[in-house]
Design a protein around this ligand. Structure first.
Ligand code: SF4
Length: 304
């Protein structure tokens, strides 16, 4: 195959997501990100969980696996360990990843294997008629709930931090340009990367809609905005404990702020932890650990 284009990653059959679903923005961004990295379809494997987002892999022309509920990360882990040259992307929803899959989410962080996990966060179980997911804030009542939820919510970024993910970011489904860059940075990171994507579900989440994110009810002031450019997410390989603590302190402030806007961007890029493949290669010299094809592309900071 000569030059790779977005079309190489697209498929030619119909999509059954609801009109206006944020899944479309995430899918388009994934197509563009993979093509922009110069990857070829046979170099990529996409794993989907259960839920509306769990159909994503069918709409990407690459190796794809539809896994069990909450089990997308173990499947992706197995594939990456078996073929380290493969670029592995796991995709799932907030219900899939933060409830039944939460144990796998935490333990994947301990391994820091070189793969990317994209979480579609729409705060509901869309595929099963809109029940509250673990990310719906306490007291919220979406249109399919008979009463406001009385349970607290999980902050996926904070859980990723506590679990040891070495790259953590957040994007918004309809900011495709920003999302393409975030997905590319997540894939280039050598280690486990976690990208939360805020995603409207126009069918069941009538609270956090596309208009809400755009701030239509507050004079058009968007509720999502990029992190301040002065925010530095990078922890260098030789960073001392003090530098690490300072960086994590800034992370917590940005990831938990209660006010507007909700920040998007890269919150953490920790280069001080070797990925599992490197550690395995030291323990087992026979373990093949060739860098994936995308590593020839330098990232925003010039690393390659
Ligand atoms: Fe998208 Fe919601 Fe429809 Fe599922 S139910 S396809 S998340 S709009």
């Amino acid at each position: 195959m000569a030059t790779v284009t977005v079309k190489d990653f697209q498929v030619g059959f119909p999509n059954d997501w609801c009109p206006g679903c944020g899944d479309f923005g995430i899918l388009n961004s994934l197509h563009q990100a993979l093509a922009g990295l110069g990857l070829k379809p046979h170099e990529v494997a996409v794993f989907g969980g259960i839920g509306c987002s769990g159909k994503t892999q069918y709409y990407v022309n690459a190796y794809d696996v539809h896994t069990l509920h909450g089990r997308v990360l173990p499947y992706a882990t197995g594939a990456k360990l078996a073929n380290p040259e493969l670029t592995v992307v796991a995709v799932g929803g907030d219900g899939d990843g933060m409830a039944i899959g939460a144990g796998h989410f935490v333990n994947a962080g301990r391994s820091n294997l070189d793969l990317t996990y994209i979480l579609h966060n729409n705060e509901v179980y869309g595929l099963t008629k809109g029940q509250a997911s673990p990310t719906l804030p306490m007291g919220s009542q979406t249109k399919s709930l008979p009463e406001p939820t009385i349970q607290g919510s999980v902050n996926p970024l904070m859980l990723a931090l506590a679990s040891g993910y070495t790259w953590i970011g957040r994007g918004y489904a309809f900011d495709v340009r920003g999302l393409v860059e975030l997905i590319q940075r997540a894939i280039r990171h050598k280690g486990l990367s976690f990208l939360e994507v805020l995603q409207p579900c126009p069918t069941y989440n009538n609270l956090h809609t596309k208009a809400w994110f755009a701030g239509k009810d507050q004079g058009g002031v968007p509720r999502v905005a990029p992190l301040d450019p002065s925010y530095d997410p990078v922890i260098e390989p030789d960073a001392g404990e003090g530098a690490v603590r300072a960086r994590l302190g800034a992370f917590v402030v940005e990831a938990t702020r209660g006010g507007e806007p909700i920040r998007t961007g890269v919150f953490l890029e920790n280069l001080s932890v070797p990925d599992l493949g490197e550690r395995l290669a030291q323990r087992l010299p026979a373990y093949r650990h060739a860098p994936p094809a995308h590593r020839v592309v330098a990232d925003a900071k010039g690393r390659s």
